[in-house]
Design a protein around this ligand. Sequence first.
Ligand code: FRU
Length: 486
Amino acid sequence: MNPLFDELQRHLETTTNQSNRKKISEDPWRLTYHVMPPVGWLNDPNGVCQFNGTYHLYYQYSPTDPNGGLKYWGHATSEDLVTFTDHGIALYPDQSYDLHGVYSGSAFIKDDLIHFFYTGNVKHLGNHDYITSGREQNTIHAVSRDGGKTIEKQEVIIHSSDYPQSFSNHVRDPKVTQIGETYYLILGARDRKDQGQILVYESNDLNQWSYVGVFAGPIAGLGYMWECPDFFNVNGSDILLMSPQGLQPENYRFQNVYQAGYLMGQADWNEVKFNPTTAFDELDRGFDFYAPQTFEDEQGRRILWAWMGLPDEDGRITNPTIDRGWQHAMTLPRELVVEKGKLYQRPLPDYKKLRHNEVELSLSIDGNRQVDELHGEVFEMIVNVDRMGAELNIHLRQDTIIQYNQQEQLLTLSLGSSGYGRKKRSVKLDKLENIQIFSDTSSLEFFVNDGEHVFTTRLYPESEQDRIAFSGEAVINVKKWGIKKA
Ligand code: FRU
């Protein structure tokens, strides 16, 4: 790194930290068991991996601006996937090929080294639309020789000018996978006809890469750009994740500004093509979920993290923490499993160690009476439905309601003013069996029917809004724990 630049960056970082850290640490909306930016802005998870026991979560980070500005990589580590230590900035935008942002990328472990592949964003001065001209998105290789602490940039492995001519300037977010002796690198892309696609390159040594073709797409109706692709196999099923932009809302689906979801299918490694056997489906039904990335941990679990936020909300949905010097967080890590041909997302049992003060209740809810003997702001709760009447409402915090309506077969999350623009999200559901809820100071994640659906949202209740109540008609069993600070 250029020493002058280094000094300037460190100066910037310390001054931002000093002026903001106190204000931020006093914010009651700081989360207690989720990864957050120490100051400023966070977006996508990057370079997620487990190396010699230690879990690494890098993230898109703008330390100087809670509204998101120049992107760095921040870095957090954990020994147990529950308690994380933040290590500040791991990658700076300090080279001519990544000057306007070290954008998203991934990790790949080989021979005791962590290799990183990321996008270097460069914007040229001039009269450009930055879609078809004026932007470089280079694919860069970097390595860590000290177990993830420091990252050394190696070289640009695919220059922006080398992407196929039929593609726009938007080609980014490399993810690497190994099939046999061959490494494949996939990139999310927008073609010149404004269709999302995924490109694939191959290599025998992680250094020299050659273009193979289009791995997936375009798919009619599936948007103009596919960000953050990820490919993996779980329990024998090939899965392709991506974050497409430009989908039209459809009934209860695709309600957020951008989507994040998956296709199941089979990769054909002779043709190097992913053949989907399912339609695109969202991974999460809530308001705040984007750019997920997965890795396989040393126990062989396929774990997913996502940004608990979205870009380009344009004021429709806001986060009042901006005024307090920070914005956004990561979701809880989740395990992905495929059972009977269906993808499930499950909270990690690792988080059970934060449970305390268990309470168990069997409740018969009928009509008008609201049962409200429980309280909690930061808690986990499992609701098992023994018998379902017309509807069940779970009232949480200030104005959050999770409702299952039996006749409409609809599960709905609704928020009032604590949602800061977040109002209603629903999913069709034949039968409600159980809900596992993770509530933090300013977030809510819940897993429906053992992870068949998940809803993730930020919410900003006023202080001491700790209501937990039930109404409707149902017989339920409730287990609730407080969650200790991670
Ligand atoms: C997704 C994304 C990526 C990009 C990064 C920049 O949220 O737009 O495509 O690499 O964020 O921060």
